[in-house]
Design a protein around this ligand. Sequence first.
Ligand SMILES: *Cc1c(COP(=O)(O)O)cnc(C)c1O
Length: 400
Amino acid sequence: MIWRPYQQMKKMPSPVEIEDAEGVYLYTKDGRRLIDSISSWWAVIHGYKHPTLTSAIVEQAKRFSHVMLAGTSHRPVELLSSKLESFLPKDLNYCFFSDSGSVAVEVALKMALQYCVNLGRANRRKILSLKNGYHGDTFAAMEASDFAEYHYILDARGETRRGVAIPAETDALEEAFDRNGDEFNCLIVEPLLQCAGGMRTYDLAFLSRARELCDQYDVPLIFDEVATGFGRTGNRFVSDLVQPDVLCLGKALSGGYIGGAATIANEKIFGAFYDDDPRKALMHGPTFMGNPLFCAASLASISLFESENYLEKIANIERITRREIGDFQDDRVRETRILGGVVCLETRDASVLDGYREFALDRGVFARPFLNYLYAAVPYVIEEEELVRVLDCMKEWFSR
Ligand SMILES: *Cc1c(COP(=O)(O)O)cnc(C)c1O
């Protein structure tokens, strides 16, 4: 039996059987054609069965599908690393590859902690993070998250949390640094848009102030752009606006075609590891890091991202979304949030969304609301008429 994600197996509705997929559409075994309104968890930004991505993978598979990255190297990983160096802002130049977003976060947290240790500041025990943050489901990632509905199992460890979670407000940030600035080994945030925590947005000014304080206290600043990277907020990366010391990428990095992630550090972080002392090395090495198929897909995905003018497409998605649903109101809806390629209707009560999945399936839309969040994060290649169908479906749910 397949043990499903985030699921009380005893109550699970039957999953939608997918037989084929192309563009924004999923084709089901029972003959339905569904728009994937959430891009397979934000990842499939170019849509399915894109010939460029498929052939990049096929061509690489004809040579070799995998080789370990310890003691060997290969063209796809070298090309991807140098592509990221030039594609990412400033001196975010040191790419550590891994297999998933959660692991990319684990690596970032380890880098930040060891940065402090390598500089002789082993007393920096605390992780500073944000309320409603989500950074993955592995243990350190859970510790940096603030997501009680999902991570309740952490309580069973009985340890006092080493994380301090503050609201994304400048006052709270200044107060936290005033009180504990010398005890933080990092500040980790989903910049500008908190995704799994309910598609919540906050001010860029918060990040600018965070940058200043992190500089002042020499606290590594980590941006977890696993979900926000590659245009989702309407910016290429939020890191283009304010630069972190460490950046985590995943999800859309390979266009959503193959699992894989990267943790990219700047010169300052890397420099604290670069030494004759073996104990200053970063001790991490996922078996499938830098997988050649993943690297080939990621290179193809980035070049599509550059050549297809996605930022304009995303601005257009945002414009249509605002036009169609921007001033939507219903007593059961607490707030409507729109940013870049994301829209979220937060309902007052989670039960309001019971049955939405089936309602949407009947209207040709695959959706996956969670808790009290009804959201869409569409592939960037979506046509206006298709996007309107997704948004109409969301609105119609409330007019039954
Ligand atoms: C999805 C997500 C992760 C975890 O990525 P996985 O590939 O699922 O492990 C981490 N951080 C953020 C912000 C995410 O949205």
